[in-house]
Design a binder for this molecule. Structure first.
Ligand code: AMP
Length: 399
């Protein structure tokens, strides 16, 4: 056991994901999820040494009790004394944060200030930070922002064609998300292709329940598909991605929807779920499409078509393309989606190697094409490792 363990926290409004990372070996020592917080039956699952430990919390227990329970587990297993920092995933850093930072009272109040841009996410992140400050009151706490990697995007890509005053006065612009994942795969692609990061041009597709695609030029994000919020861009599990903004008006004016119902529809009832009328889960849809389910087939077709169009359009800011990278649950595992997308991008010369494509699943990474020119690569993401490494780097700089 090294003394370089970082405790990682990712707080949602009623959930909390956590992990313990050894930054020297890059191994995940423990991980888990607290679910249904502040409900009648909150529960924590802790995975440690190949076992799953389930702890039922008292009814209405929330983040603080969940964190205290995990800390007690760390103490019981002689892990707590090796923890040197707590790293928090924070969804929105606005324009205030271009990189990870050690959390000071001033940083916390800046995170609070940008909460209006991410009302579903940042308040939960703040609850997590405050709870962890109580539980680990001797340890430095670090914030790693989903938006930070995208702060290099130029104004022509981040401004919406709306009155400029909305940007100046209210910060309405593209921020982008999944930055930690896009950054991680950039580092990995640089190693895999043997191209220095500052000379690497890739398009990174993070395809999970949430999905986004990013154009990365000379190692820096220059455009990305998510916007002011994570609703814009690709078709996602339950989010619609790009649609005509007038549809919201139509739903309200013509169909009598309430604002909250529109929000629910676009965020929770659309995307793969809405199109298929079956499931948001890509695995289920692939199985059902195979069995002839029309909705499943249509949903996957639209998902792939729109993704291929995004990838093609991101060659515009790049000029030259070294590789397309697939990551996230779907990108890392679905050889079918990858093949479908790359077939639609054959204008760029992609030739999928079927054996390599099938082998690159369940944590395996590698090049899946067999052609000169731009390659396609599968890289399992590891956002927790980036958060842990940033935390260690920042506390070492402080010493
Ligand atoms: P994430 O949000 O990154 O955990 O990704 C979740 C998505 O990955 C879900 O749509 C899953 O169905 C999808 N996924 C996970 N494993 C597979 C698989 N073997 N084949 C296809 N999709 C998968």
């Amino acid at each position: 056991m090294t003394d370089k363990l970082v405790f990682i926290l990712n707080c949602g409004s009623s959930s909390l994901k956590f992990a313990l990372i050894d930054t020297q070996t890059q191994q995940q020592i423990l991980s888990g999820l607290a679910d249904s917080l502040a409900s009648d039956s909150p529960i924590i699952t802790i995975k440690y040494q190949g076992n799953k430990h389930r702890v039922t919390l008292p009814a209405q227990a929330a983040h603080q009790q969940a964190i205290d329970t995990v800390v007690a587990f760390l103490q019981q297993h002689q892990l707590a004394t090796h923890v040197v920092a707590v790293g928090h995933r924070v969804v929105h850093g606005g324009e205030a944060f271009t990189e990870s930072v050690i959390i000071t009272p001033q940083v916390l109040s800046q995170i609070e200030q940008v909460s209006q841009l991410a009302p579903l996410h940042n308040p939960a992140n703040i609850i997590g930070i405050k709870a962890a400050q109580q539980a680990f009151n001797q340890l430095p706490q670090v914030a790693v922002f989903d938006t930070a990697f995208h702060q290099t995007i130029p104004a022509k890509a981040y401004l919406y064609p709306l009155p400029y005053s909305l940007y100046e006065e209210h910060g309405i612009r593209r921020y982008g998300f999944h930055g930690t994942s896009h950054f991680y795969v950039t580092q990995q692609a640089s190693q895999l292709l043997g191209i220095e990061r500052d000379q690497l041009n890739i398009i990174s597709a993070h395809l999970g329940n949430g999905a986004s695609v990013t154009a990365i030029k000379n190692g820096q994000s220059v455009d990305t598909s998510m916007g002011l919020t994570p609703l814009e861009g690709l078709v996602m599990g339950t989010r619609c991605g790009d649609i005509d903004p007038a549809i919201s008006h139509f739903l309200i004016d013509q169909l009598g929807y309430q604002q909250a119902q529109v929000n629910q529809l676009l965020n929770k009832e659309s995307g793969l779920l809405g199109l298929s009328q079956l499931s948001n889960d890509c695995r289920v849809l692939e199985e059902e499409a195979e069995q002839g389910h029309e909705g499943a087939r249509l949903a996957l077709d639209i998902f792939c078509y729109r993704l291929a169009k995004y990838i093609a359009s991101y060659t515009v800011p790049l000029g030259q393309l070294d590789a397309v990278v697939f990551t996230g649950g779907i990108g890392e595992n679905s050889d079918m989606i990858r093949e479908n997308v790359l077939r639609q991008l054959s204008i760029f010369g992609f030739k999928v190697d079927h054996d390599k494509n099938q082998a690159a699943r369940f944590g395996a990474s590698g090049i899946i094409t067999n052609n000169a020119g731009p390659q396609a690569i599968v890289i399992p993401t590891n956002e927790e490792l980036v958060i842990a490494q940033d935390s260690i780097r920042l506390i070492q700089q402080e010493q």
